[in-house]
Design a protein. Structure first.
Length: 500
């Protein structure tokens, strides 16, 4: 037999390291990756598919049911609901205002913390839509390059309600420190007055009173407009405390006129930024923050996990009772009863596993966000992007004791609402560089400095990468020239000879 036709059988020994994943681990991994809106869909689907999962009854359910049974009618129309919601928002703003005229009440809208420490669901329009609308209006305004720069900074300083909570002196200091731009408070106020002419009315206001007056000023001249201005300007304390009878006496108007005046005043919007989100956000992707982060005056930072409309889940008591009855008499079961027992047990086990996975998801997200806040505490205190420290997934994994893939899933498609805006969790992660002395530098901070250098360079004599490298070294960023070239390209700036 030819040699090449000889078949040999060989026995080889190979060592492999394999890691199996349980169904429970897989379920947890799937739920951790879901943002709050998709988790709600998954919970509803699971409840539809598994009758053993039920919503845990709240302690006041029976009281709520009794209260609802007392009300009659077919319910309010959508227009009535929106009107009542806006009036309620204005009432809350008036009730929360302090005696100090310069104090601006803080509104959190649907994302405020409830008394029990949980957060209401807060669906907001994607932050880009709000600011982009203002930037588009800015592009059509007649502004100098300097005024345009100041206004863009003002727009970026507005909160989600469209109000300016920072003082003009603070803004002047920030522009000088972070942007090397010496601007007086008078110059900032001049630009702010132009911003306050943008839509919607009330945008850029520094107080609730100014916000309402800006809206009244847009109205056509009339006796009603004069009364509204007088009520807010001269009788603001009576208005905020809703002393309507005293307000009517102070304005010397009839009951009918007072009724019309109060109705029109209630139509004013204390949150103009929110109304802008309502008009442009319906056709855009909606973002529901998974975390509500609050920075306190003493510098401490707290947060709550947004549970949205996700109910508290429990295993159906009827299924548990049925399972217990079946198991107690399984010796004398028929085949049909055994099949029912297997079905019931499978549904109960699946329900318990799903509920456990939802709770485990909450724990994973909580410890992940807690570690991120600890790592990036200075950013959450001041809101300055340059204060973000280098942070990678491995850093948070080591701090939490969780797997690297778990941190990756937990930070994917999640958003955190902060005092400084709403950010994706990935925003807080960035690479870093180490200097020869071992000091760690954030690539985001280095890029911000490079951008600042290039934006303020002499356009007639653009800087070479070598010159930028020396300037960075003088500012305390000793990095290589090739790194400067890479970051410059990533920022979208061409080489020196093409920047003339």
């Amino acid at each position: 037999m030819p040699q090449n036709q000889i078949q040999e059988q060989r026995l080889t020994q190979e060592q492999r390291l394999a890691q199996s994943i349980t169904q429970q681990q897989l379920l947890h991994a799937q739920l951790v990756e879901l943002p709050i809106t998709q988790l709600l869909e998954r919970v509803n689907t699971e409840m539809d598919d598994n009758p053993a999962i039920e919503v845990a009854p709240a302690a006041d359910d029976y009281a709520d049911a009794a209260a609802m049974s007392d009300g009659g009618g077919d319910g309010d129309s959508p227009d009535d609901y929106e009107r009542e919601e806006r009036q309620s928002a204005l009432d809350e703003a008036l009730e929360s205002i302090g005696r100090d005229d310069e104090e601006l009440p803080v509104y959190y809208g649907g994302n405020s913390q409830q008394d029990d420490g949980t957060a209401e669901q807060g669906v907001i329009a994607q932050s880009d839509s709000f600011y982009d609308q203002l930037l588009e209006q800015m592009a059509m305004a007649r502004l100098t390059e300097r005024e345009r720069y100041i206004m863009e900074y003002l727009i970026g300083s507005l909160d989600d309600d469209g109000l300016l909570r920072k003082s003009l002196s603070q803004l002047s200091d920030e522009l000088a420190i972070y942007h090397n731009l010496d601007v007086s408070t008078a110059e900032i106020e001049h630009v702010l007055k132009q911003l306050q002419q943008f839509d919607p009315a009330g945008i850029g206001a520094r107080s609730l009173q100014e916000c309402l007056l800006l809206q009244i000023a847009r109205r056509e001249p009339s006796r009603l407009k004069e009364l509204m201005q007088k009520a807010v300007e001269q009788c603001f304390e009576l208005f905020t405390k809703k002393h309507w009878k005293q307000l009517r006496s102070a304005l010397r108007i009839t009951d009918l006129q007072a009724e019309v005046l109060i109705r029109e005043l209630r139509k004013l919007n204390p949150k103009p930024g929110t109304s802008l989100g309502e008009t442009v956000g319906r056709s855009m992707q909606q973002i529901t923050p998974d975390f509500i982060v609050d920075t306190h005056d003493d510098g401490s930072v707290t947060f709550v996990l947004n549970h949205g409309d996700i109910p508290e889940l429990t295993v159906s008591q009827s299924f548990l009772d049925t399972l217990r009855d079946y198991q107690s008499g399984k010796e004398h079961m028929s085949r049909q009863m055994k099949e029912a027992l297997l079905y019931t047990k499978a549904k109960v086990d699946a329900a318990q596993n799903f509920i456990a996975a939802v709770r485990q998801r909450q724990h994973t997200l909580t410890v992940t966000m807690q570690a991120i806040i600890q790592w990036q505490h200075r950013f959450f205190e001041e809101g300055d992007e340059s204060l973000l420290r280098p942070m990678i997934l491995k850093d948070i994994a080591e701090r939490t004791g969780l797997d690297l893939s778990t941190i990756s899933r937990a930070s994917n498609s999640k958003y955190a609402q902060t005092r400084w805006g709403t950010f994706p969790l990935r925003f807080f992660f960035s690479d870093g560089l180490k200097t020869a002395e071992g000091e760690e530098l954030s690539t985001r901070e280095i890029k911000a400095v490079i951008r600042d250098i290039l934006e303020h360079e002499d356009k007639q004599k653009p800087l070479s990468d070598e010159m930028i490298t020396r300037m960075l070294d003088e500012r305390g960023f000793p990095i290589a020239r090739r790194t400067v070239s890479k970051y410059r390209e990533q920022l979208g700036f061409p080489i020196a000879r093409l920047r003339r």
